[in-house]
Design a protein around this ligand. Structure first.
Ligand SMILES: Cc1ncc(COP(=O)(O)O)c(C=O)c1O
Length: 382
């Protein structure tokens, strides 16, 4: 289907009518096992941990949307990251963006490091720092761009070039952008990772994750991890994500329009400090955002001074909901230090710049005038 444009792919890739009945929606195959046709022969499926017809459809769609070779759906974004590092070995070196989702750092520091894998956090906004950190045993450079919650960008093409020159692969957490706004594989990355919980599902009614590989060896590796470690997405969740994907390009357009309007409003507000939104010309990496992204998305964060001010603001919002997560139809506001980065020590948060007064916003699909009015009255309460 690669000849088609993006919205056509979103509606049709992996979503062809059911060959048996003609149903135009992908059927929900709630079957743990499949009748075999003989000894060692089957109709393409034998056991749902190894493969399920509904999951296959989603995996096909994900590969098409990211321009990859194969898609692999996991039970959560964290399960996808676990799958990404599952095939590393004792003695391997893993480089990770310094400003990364707190759950990723928790997994790396408190589980993956126990297996003798050396993890090094690097300021991946600086390509030279990445090049300097790569060692002969570096197997993977994992970057999150834009990062959570500070919206720091890493140059995917430049990092891929330096990593490949030294024999390391590059994986990109593309959750904040969605496949609609950033194509890491086209920029040179090897693997894309998503929390499908966010823009891909888009309706805040499920948890899931995905890996998209660019080469046949990734298909072999990640299919094996799915089967051997078992963290696969359920058919029902696959159905929801397939449904979400059909409207993703349209949703992202509105997320983006609302995001820009809210960022412009906040950028003029006297109580808002250190607003991080790559779509603003004042963002230090605006030029890189223009170069590697197809839009600026609807995630942003700002500082409101103190934890007390953050609590007053979150207590006053009426349309925005005080909740973690992002990428759903409803606008959310959250206190980064106690939510996404709650498991990161206070000292590390301080070093990262995640202050006690930092608020992250995920801009939803409500009318932008209502969202701005809500923010205005909540800021007045601070
Ligand atoms: C950037 C990013 N990566 C990964 C994850 C983990 O995804 P999940 O919550 O689906 O496990 C999150 C969750 O918030 C995230 O924001």
């Amino acid at each position: 289907m690669s000849q088609y444009r993006y919205s056509t792919l979103a509606v049709h890739a992996g979503q062809h009518p059911d060959p048996l009945t003609g149903a135009i929606n992908v059927p929900l195959y709630l079957s743990s096992t499949f009748e075999l046709t003989g000894v060692g022969t089957d109709r393409g499926w034998d056991y749902s941990r190894a493969g399920n017809p509904t999951r296959d459809r989603l995996e096909t769609a994900l590969a098409a949307l990211e321009g990859g070779h194969s898609g692999h759906a996991f039970t959560s974004g964290m399960a996808a990251i676990s799958g990404l590092v599952a095939m590393l070995h004792t003695g391997d070196h893993l480089i990770c963006s310094k400003d990364v989702y707190g759950g990723t750092a928790r997994l790396f520091n408190q589980i993956v490091s126990h297996y003798g894998i050396e993890i090094e956090y690097v300021d991946t906004a600086c390509v030279k720092a990445v090049a300097a950190a790569i060692k002969p045993n570096t197997k993977l450079v994992h970057i999150e761009t834009p990062s959570n919650p500070l919206m720091v960008l890493s140059d995917i093409a430049a990092i891929s070039e330096v990593a490949h020159a030294k024999g390391a692969e590059v994986s990109v957490d593309n959750t904040f952008m969605s496949p609609a706004l950033q194509s890491p594989i086209a920029l040179g990355a090897d693997i894309v990772m998503h929390s499908t919980t966010k823009y891909l599902n888009g309706h805040s009614d499920g948890i899931g994750g995905a890996l998209i590989g660019s080469k046949p060896e990734h298909k072999e590796r990640f299919s094996f991890v799915q089967k051997a470690a078992g963290g696969i997405m359920s058919p029902f969740e696959c159905f929801l994500v397939l449904r979400g994907i059909k409207t993703m390009p349209l949703r992202i357009k509105q997320h983006e329009e609302n995001g820009r309007a809210v960022a412009e409003f906040l950028s003029q507000h006297p109580k808002v400090n250190l607003l991080a939104y790559p779509g603003l010309a004042s963002h230090p990496q605006h030029a890189l955002a223009v170069k590697q992204q197809k839009g600026f998305g609807s995630m942003m964060s700002f500082d409101i001074g103190t934890r007390t001010n953050a609590a007053k603001f979150l207590g006053a919002i009426k349309i925005f909901l005080n909740a973690e997560s992002l990428g759903g139809v409803e606008s959310l506001a959250s206190h980064s230090a106690t939510t996404t980065h709650g498991s990161v020590s206070a000292q590390e948060r301080e070093e990262m710049g995640i202050t006690e007064g930092r608020i992250r916003l995920s801009i939803g699909l409500e009318d932008k005038e209502d969202l701005i009015a809500d923010l205005e009255q909540a800021l007045a309460a601070v």
